[in-house]
Design a protein around this ligand. Structure first.
Ligand code: 3PG
Length: 305
């Protein structure tokens, strides 16, 4: 039984060592493909493996077509927009994610970005504090919930909008649920995005919404770049001198935006929300255990297809 861990952005060494222990204990073999530079390397690596563990690596129809023995793919992380679920399902290959395992790392980054932007990207000048400000959490899932908890520790007023979560479940965390996105944007100095990228959400963060934010508006994106309408972003920067944006996933037009708006925009060079040893260990080990439990006992918790 061969289990391939294919990560363009590798897991921490400690995580790999522990994944290897799980795999060996199950009598299987771990194959590593790290920091690969092109899809061809992945095509050849998947050919004879039974299971595949990835991070944001794209598991396309083409990848699936090369994987002759593949039975399961686990995305070690939350977002699974990198998996071609249809292609996997057509081949009878199970797909899973590991929800919640890297959430704390992402929530800490989102909170750090709020402080960083409120303090003028640590470049000097008078900044502002989080205390007493309002933050709107867009989607109250694993990450959103943790951002809310951290924001409350900073004495922020926390709002959330999530049509899939009951209002009472939000309220019991001391967070105010709102009935519309418009209201969330109207009430929030900071908006922290935690929605997935899918057909409903792509380009949904647009000027109509952003322009509702009060003066001193900060948008924090640790979700996906596809959810942002980039033309709207440019328009918001141009029309609202108070607007600042921090993102863990650089927009296509980052160089142009930086040139025009300087420190009002910040983007990490590479997605680093889940780049902590702890998150790598949590998500990597969960993925390895899910693979083994599925291959040995057919356990399919967190199955996506
Ligand atoms: C996720 O969806 O879990 C995060 O975006 C982390 O992605 P990564 O594993 O590529 O860092």
């Amino acid at each position: 039984m061969k289990i391939l861990v294919a990560t363009e952005k590798p897991f921490a060494k400690t995580a790999i060592a522990q994944i290897n222990e799980i795999v060996q204990k199950a009598g299987a073999e771990l194959v590593l493909l790290e920091k690969y530079e092109n899809a061809e390397q992945l095509y050849s690596a998947v050919q004879d493996v039974d299971a595949l563990i990835v991070r944001s690596d794209k598991v396309t129809r083409e990848v699936v077509s090369h994987a002759k023995k593949l039975k399961i793919v686990v995305r070690a992380g939350a977002g699974f927009d990198n998996l071609d679920l249809q292609a996997l399902t057509e081949r009878g290959i199970v797909a899973m994610n590991t929800p919640g395992q890297n959430s704390n790392a992402v929530a800490e980054l989102a909170t750090g970005m709020m402080i960083f932007m409120a303090r003028n990207a640590f470049q000097g000048g008078t900044g502002s504090e989080l205390k007493g400000k309002t933050v709107g959490i867009q989607a109250y899932g694993n990450v959103g919930k943790l951002v809310a908890r951290l924001a409350k520790a900073f004495n922020m007023k926390v709002y959330a909008f999530d049509p899939f979560v009951k209002a009472e479940d939000i309220e019991k965390d001391g967070v105010t649920p709102l009935n519309s996105l418009e209201e969330l944007y109207q009430k929030s100095n900071f908006i922290s995005l935690h929605i997935p990228a899918n057909e409903q959400t792509k380009k949904s963060i647009n000027y109509t919404l952003l322009s509702l934010m009060p003066q001193g508006a900060f948008l924090i994106n640790t979700a996906r770049k596809e959810i942002i309408d980039e033309q709207s972003l440019d328009k918001m920067f141009a029309k609202r001198a108070d607007f600042k944006y921090a993102t863990d996933i650089a927009p296509e037009n980052l160089a142009e935006l930086k040139e025009k708006y300087g420190n009002r925009i910040f983007a990490t060079p590479k997605k680093m929300g889940a780049e902590t040893a702890e998150a790598n260990i949590n998500a990597g080990l969960a993925a390895a255990n899910q693979v083994i439990n599925y291959l040995k006992e057919g356990v399919d918790k967190f199955r996506l297809n």
